[in-house]
Design a binder for this molecule. Structure first.
Ligand code: DAH
Length: 345
């Protein structure tokens, strides 16, 4: 019996050394230690032993079982380590390889220009505010000194929702909303960016476009302040050599009113195709806030004055980045947009 136990241990060693998989190890375990296995068979012979021999051989049988179990456990651990090592080799990642480039988007050119404009005006101490695109007739027209039968209404092909509710045709209603919010506090300096809507569409007009309204109210604000502010703005946006000029014009909500040109950014004033030979590019409308508009906003026109201006971001963007068709700003063609990759506001 001793020999058989020794032989069993030897078999265990040999088979486990040769085993290549966890299944094989489990088979060795079953064959040798299982209910119908080798050890069970050996123990069945215990009955034939002399009474005095049983304790010693019983102990030896137990030790043999423990020894085989230890070998099995050792082999299992070895296989597991091997599997891990293989996986580590197979699944190794070379972290020094260059990564796959992920497709990245870009900021829209109008966003770029808007951020630049905000920076310019924040730098001059202006607040930035936004308001509703669905407006009342009163804020969009009436409060801006454009009564119902006023011809100026025809200049702005309006999308009406009801008789009194419309899509704002300009950001000027924000002049009123903002004045009403802060009046009679001065100084008031604020810009109002946002979308506006008009029934119009061709290469230079879109039914939805973007404006920036500029408003300053204080004691003794003059046309000189307006001019200085616009010159600063034009030079920051289009370069330090820019000149501006004001041409008399008409808007119901400003008096006097002006159309403002910047010296052509392409030919520097010499005259070219972009400026139609004039040397000047029109960039915005402006003027001194009409006393009636000031009063509606809550400012006594005897005490306070102000200037206002409104510009179209699409036009500025087209000039700055050389777009000739405004629709290219809205079709979101990746061949156009991807050219702005990496350009930061
Ligand atoms: N609201 C005008 C428009 O959309 C633009 C404008 C002109 C705004 C003169 C102003 C201004 O603030 O003073 O046509």
């Amino acid at each position: 019996m001793e020999e058989r136990l020794a032989a069993l241990l030897a078999t265990a060693r040999q088979r486990l050394a040769a085993a290549r998989s966890e299944d094989e190890v489990r088979q060795v375990q079953v064959d040798l230690l299982g209910r119908k296995g080798e050890l069970t068979a050996i123990l069945r012979g215990m009955g034939a032993l002399a009474e005095s021999e049983r304790p010693r051989l019983g102990k030896l049988a137990n030790e043999t079982r423990e020894a085989v179990e230890a070998l099995v456990a050792g082999k299992q651990a070895e296989l597991a380590r091997g599997a891990l090592d293989r996986r580590l080799v197979e699944e190794a990642i070379d972290v020094t390889l260059p990564g796959k480039p992920l497709p990245s988007g870009s900021l829209h050119p109008i966003t770029l220009v808007l951020e630049e404009l905000k920076d310019v005006f924040l730098g001059m101490g202006y607040d930035i505010a936004e308001g509703p695109e669905v407006e009342t007739d009163w804020y969009n027209f009436e409060a801006l000194n454009i009564p119902k039968d006023h011809p100026a209404r025809e200049m702005q092909d309006t999308f009406f929702i009801t008789d009194e509710i419309l899509l704002r045709t300009h950001t000027s209603p924000m002049q009123i909303r903002y004045m009403q919010r802060v009046a009679p506090e001065v100084p008031l300096r604020a810009v109002f960016p946002g979308h506006v809507y008009r029934r119009d569409e061709d290469a230079t007009h879109s039914p939805m476009f973007t404006q920036l309204e500029i408003l300053a109210v204080d004691r003794n604000i003059s046309m000189g302040d307006l001019k200085g502010t616009l010159l600063t703005f034009a030079r920051q946006l289009f370069g330090p050599d820019r000149q501006i000029r004001l041409r008399p014009s008409y808007f119901p909500f400003t008096e006097p009113s002006a159309e403002v040109d910047v010296s052509c950014i392409f030919c520097n004033g010499a005259g070219c195709r972009a400026c139609k030979g004039t040397g000047w590019l029109e960039i915005l409308g402006a003027g001194m806030v009409h006393p009636r508009v000031l009063a509606t906003g809550g400012y006594d026109p005897e005490k306070y004055s102000g200037f206002a201006a409104g510009l179209g971001l699409e036009r500025i963007t087209m000039l700055k980045y050389g777009f000739s068709d405004m629709r290219d700003l809205f079709t979101n063609d990746l061949r156009v947009l991807s050219q702005f990759k990496g350009v930061r506001a």
